[in-house]
Ligand binder design. Sequence first.
Ligand code: COA
Length: 353
Amino acid sequence: MVNSKIAGIGYYVPEKEVTNDDLAQYMETSDAWIQERTGIKSRRYAEKHKETTTTMGARAAEKAIEDAGIAKEEIDFIIFATLSPDYYFPGCGVLVQRELGISNLEMGALDIRNQCSGFIYGLSVADKFVKSGQYKNVLLIGSEMHSMGIDFSTKGRNVTVIFGDGAGAVVLQPEKDLNKGILTTHLHSDGRDAEELSFISPGSHGGYHDKEGFEDFGFVDPDVPGEIFITEKIAKDGTYPYMNGPAVFKKAVKKFPEVIMTALKTKGYDTKDIDMLIPHQANLRISQFVAKTLGLGPNQVHNNIQKYGNTTAASVPIALAEAIELGKIKDNDLVCLAAFGSGFTWGSALIRW
Ligand code: COA
């Protein structure tokens, strides 16, 4: 039996910085409102038609592979987490295999659709593959290009000001010391409020939506096949994510501390033992609330949403890589990763670095 460990890590954020004042040119909002409610000062946007979720993921992966000191040909499995894939299908796993120019054409590639907790879900899956001895070098990527799919009118402002583009990646390898590496992971879901943070069209529901209080996206003609993806409403108004901000906030501040405590208790630790918590960068107010609830000091938590916004599946690996870069994580530190998001799904991982 072995543990798995993060043997290499890397991140990529696009060059283009978009400030709150930049967004105020498109919608009714202000720098003061955004900073007060979310802590975000700016975010990055990928270069349209040149970059995609896959290309950003590949740039982060190249750094992780180099950091792990292996050749890309040694990767034996890819896991790709995103909610903003290049295509409806196939998923970004195979696209990044191609983008990286990996010549092993019989490796596996898996796509994960768990939104903000996608990276933690992916980490848990990768951990099991390594622990079981099936794979020796698993490449896990979280990447998002939100800027192509959000509403820049005032109607979409509560969602649009929060999200940014970017990618993070890790390489997982076996760790012989069972007291080191990934110690435990915990994954949870509650689908009852699936639409509270969602991007429902296009989809096989065909435009139908019966949840009270939600906008009717229009019906397809049941007698005409092949209309699933283009309802009249979508053609006219576009299709965008929906978020019930206050509902997400309330659930997040409850589930984050719960799932962090589950991980700690499973291994006999308490909050004082955490050297570094990397929370999914949902909203700075959420991270601050969680830190306060758990009694964590500023040196025990790393946040960078201020400059990158919420990069969904990419936020944990970007923040983790940055914390390492800044020297905030040292050998033998106890590192906790935690995320909450659409689904709702949430999860945590405890790592002895
Ligand atoms: N700029 C200015 N005003 C805005 C705005 C924006 N970008 N977005 C919303 N508003 C307005 C609303 O229209 C509303 O106006 P009204 O009172 O005239 O109706 C007012 O601000 C309050 O809206 P509300 O949604 O209640 O605000 P809030 O205090 O809950 O803050 C969020 C909104 C989105 C910042 C907050 O709910 C949040 O962060 N939720 C969690 C979101 C999150 O983390 N998502 C990712 C999960 S992984």
